[in-house]
Design a protein around this ligand. Structure first.
Ligand code: G3P
Length: 216
């Protein structure tokens, strides 16, 4: 399973790539607003210069024709850009149109296997089921990843599953076991994945003992 960062924060993306585990990025209007970004295009281009893999940028209109127009424009920002479109009735139509135009689409705000099936039939490149938001309403978000994996494998669909709305490190491991192709994670979760108190204590002891026998 690959790891993407779910952020538009340039410093965090640079650090994630430097650590080595991150090869793509997902954004959405909330993430962009959080960073106070007014020029979406220039930030997405900057991100594309940092990460080697796909970078998702979302359409921001609720009108079909405008979503298609935006999607075509966004797709030209960089060869690694994937256009994010919501799993709404209009979104499926927009995805069908964009895919016909040769554009890669990440269908977002997915909460059911039926939405994921329709996204695959529309030719979506990625589907983004939101685990954390299902957990938030007392529904097991991870079951959705298992269901989508089963549906896609049974149908021979190539659409890749991005486990999204990840809240903690166990979501990442569970998503990997469930067969997600990608997990898109907040920076904080990436930090949490690296840390263990026994690693810190063991390293402190190694350094303490080394100082006793070495001048370096
Ligand atoms: O990638 C989707 C993600 O940004 C949603 O996460 O935490 O807002 O549910 P969250």
């Amino acid at each position: 399973m690959r790891l993407f960062l779910d952020t538009a924060n340039i410093d965090m993306i640079k650090q994630g790539v430097a650590w080595g585990g991150i090869d793509g990025v997902t954004t959405n209007p909330t993430i962009v607003a959080k960073e106070g970004i007014s020029d979406y295009e220039s930030v997405i281009k900057q991100i594309c210069d940092i990460v080697p893999g796909e970078v998702s940028a979302e359409v921001t209109s609720v009108k079909k024709a405008e979503m298609i127009r935006q999607g075509k424009k966004i797709a030209k920002w960089h060869e690694n850009v994937v256009v994010k479109v919501p799993c709404t009735p209009d979104g499926f139509e927009v995805t069908t149109a964009l895919v016909k135009a040769g554009i890669k689409v990440n269908m977002t705000l997915c909460f059911t296997a039926n939405q994921a099936l329709l996204a695959a039939l529309a030719g979506a490149y990625f589907i983004s089921p939101f685990l954390g938001r299902l957990d938030d309403i007392s529904t097991n978000g991870m079951d959705l990843i298992y269901d989508i994996r089963e549906v896609y494998d049974a149908g021979g669909f190539d659409t890749q599953i991005i486990a999204a709305s990840i809240r903690h490190p166990m979501h990442v491991i569970e998503a990997a076991k469930a067969g997600a192709d990608v997990a898109t994670i907040p920076y904080k979760v990436l930090e949490q994945m690296m840390k263990h108190p026994l690693t810190d204590a063991g390293q402190a002891k190694f350094m303490e003992d080394w100082r006793k026998v070495s001048n370096t």
